[in-house]
Design a protein around this ligand. Structure first.
Ligand code: GAP
Length: 491
């Protein structure tokens, strides 16, 4: 399949079949916001439920939390977000395009034409004078097509050195690289001034740290244990498109796994978490492991408090990108909140009486990014049809029921009876529009594993045809066996 316009094809299918729409579309759209249609909403719910089931319900060492989206400004000072949670942006003075400096340079470096020109250009280049760049940095950026960890000054100098033009208007009139904080501030109530300032949370993690003591005191958790949370997070991001990959508002699924650094080996816990994440993506979600890889953060890229961070990356239509982050955050977060709140967040070991400030390993993934991965991984073109080969567990609709002919009341009546029966157990669709071929085509695109057709034989012997989405094979099945058949497939 031609990968070059794969993202466009997936985006078109998402709109056509009710997965994803542009946010505020009838008012001209609002950049980096998206709405989920009927099929997308079901798919999101299925991903969310599988994540929760796998990491909370199926484990005895993890409990759930649902903290407030609006949060005290001190939380974000303590976490370092008000000072350090920012992107390096540049503006085009001509067309006013605002873009992340790292994305601008990396997109430029990924362009093959530019790569050829740059190789010759760099051979003749010497760097000196008042620059913060070195030839090592320039060569490494060109070679790896990555600029992670570079300072704002170095990013600005690379844009200048590579003579990068604006992808929108083609001019080369950039402002300097500037820092933009990603947190969304909120003014609460009627109090004027700084006291009324709060933030929409930029991650769910902080809720787990600030409620750490509440959870310990109110439930029977014992180290090592995790707190899991799934909920909306907000970041004022500038992005180069790519559907829901990076949006202003997204759903984070995070676990803070707390442990006593004296009693548990963090390296072993890290390896165990890598295994759990990999298995969730490949086995539970059914994603092809050829499209996955681990990438360890370099020292420059990693947050200063983290001892080790690795990203599980997925090969999206626009390249390998971060899907799921795994970080050993040491004891930083609880220590910071202890310092800022003046509440001791250490806990007492019941056996030794010793005080412990737990350390944390954090797997954090965006549910919307998982959804985009699943759509990319299951999108298939076969001769004259497009099929979403979704794991049946994830499919928005498990079955669709059709009357062979929509103008035969006896067929319609029977089809509706079967539909009502199945609907009690599974999310099921009824479709009487168009001809059977068109109905199959529509259900293939939405990833429905089974299409059930009521025909004249049904009226005689209570059997229906069941068409399998992937093999397109049809078999005759007794209506009384339908539920078992679907259940067997979705597990
Ligand atoms: N507490 C750690 C944390 O939030 P992160 O790497 O900033 O780490 C975790 O985000 C995950 O959230 C990412 O791996 C990605 O799946 C998802 N994510 C981050 N920013 C996002 C955005 N703007 N839109 C959609 N998903 C996003």
């Amino acid at each position: 399949m031609d990968a070059s316009n794969l993202m466009d094809k997936i985006t078109a299918l998402c709109k056509r079949r009710g997965f994803i729409f542009a946010g505020s579309e009838i008012y001209g759209g609002l950049a980096n916001t998206y709405d989920y249609g009927p099929a997308g909403t079901e798919l999101l719910r299925n991903i969310r439920n599988l994540w929760w089931d796998n990491f909370v319900h199926k484990r005895s060492d993890i409990v759930g939390l649902d903290a407030s989206v609006i949060s005290h400004q001190e939380i974000w000072k303590a976490s370092g977000h008000t000072s350090g949670f920012s992107d390096a942006l540049v503006d085009c003075k001509n067309c006013k395009l605002r873009i992340r400096a790292d994305h601008l340079i990396e997109n430029f470096l990924e362009n093959l034409e530019n790569q050829k020109k740059l190789k010759d250009y760099i051979k003749g280049l010497t760097i000196g004078g008042e620059t913060s760049l070195t030839m090592d940095i320039v060569n490494k950026s060109v070679e790896e097509k990555k600029v992670e960890g570079l300072s704002f000054e170095q990013l600005g100098e690379l844009i200048f050195l590579f003579e990068i033009t604006c992808p929108n208007c083609g001019k080369r009139e950039w402002t300097g690289v500037r820092k933009f904080n990603l947190l969304f501030p909120l003014k609460l109530g009627i109090i004027e001034g700084d006291q009324s300032l709060a933030y929409l949370r930029g991650e769910t993690a902080q809720g787990m740290f600030t409620n750490f003591k509440n959870v310990v005191d109110s439930s029977r958790v014992k180290l090592p244990f995790g707190i899991a949370q799934l909920g909306k997070s907000f970041r004022n991001e500038i992005t180069p498109g790519n559907s829901v990959f990076r949006t202003l508002e997204f759903e984070l699924a995070e676990i803070e796994y707390f442990f006593d650094p004296q009693a548990s080996n963090w390296e072993q816990l890290f390896v165990d978490w890598k295994k759990s994440m990999w298995e969730f993506v490949t086995k539970t979600l059914g994603v092809n492991e050829k499209n996955l890889q681990w990438r360890e953060h370099t020292d420059k890229e990693r947050s200063f408090y983290s001892k080790k961070t690795e990203d599980l990356e997925y090969k999206f239509p626009f390249g390998f990108k971060e899907l799921w982050g795994l970080a050993y955050r040491t004891g930083y977060d609880l220590q910071q909140h202890t310092k800022f709140s003046h509440k001791d967040l250490s806990i007492m070991d019941s056996q030794t009486g010793k005080k412990i400030m737990p350390h944390v390993i954090e797997p954090a993934v965006g549910i919307n990014r998982l959804l985009l991965m699943i759509l990319s991984d299951s999108y298939t073109e076969e001769k004259d049809r497009i099929v979403l080969k979704l794991n049946p567990k994830l499919a928005p609709y498990k079955a669709a029921v059709f009357p062979l002919l929509a103008n035969k009341p006896e067929l319609v009546k029977k089809a509706k009876e079967i539909y009502e029966d199945l609907r009690k157990k599974f999310v099921t669709l009824y479709d009487g529009r168009g001809n059977i071929g068109k109905r199959y085509f529509a259900q293939d695109e939405v990833g429905t594993p089974f299409c059930i057709t009521v025909d004249f034989e049904t009226l005689e012997n209570d059997t229906v045809t069941v068409r399998d989405r992937d093999t397109m094979k049809q078999e005759r099945v007794k209506t009384s066996e339908l539920i078992n058949l679907i259940e067997a497939k979705i597990g």
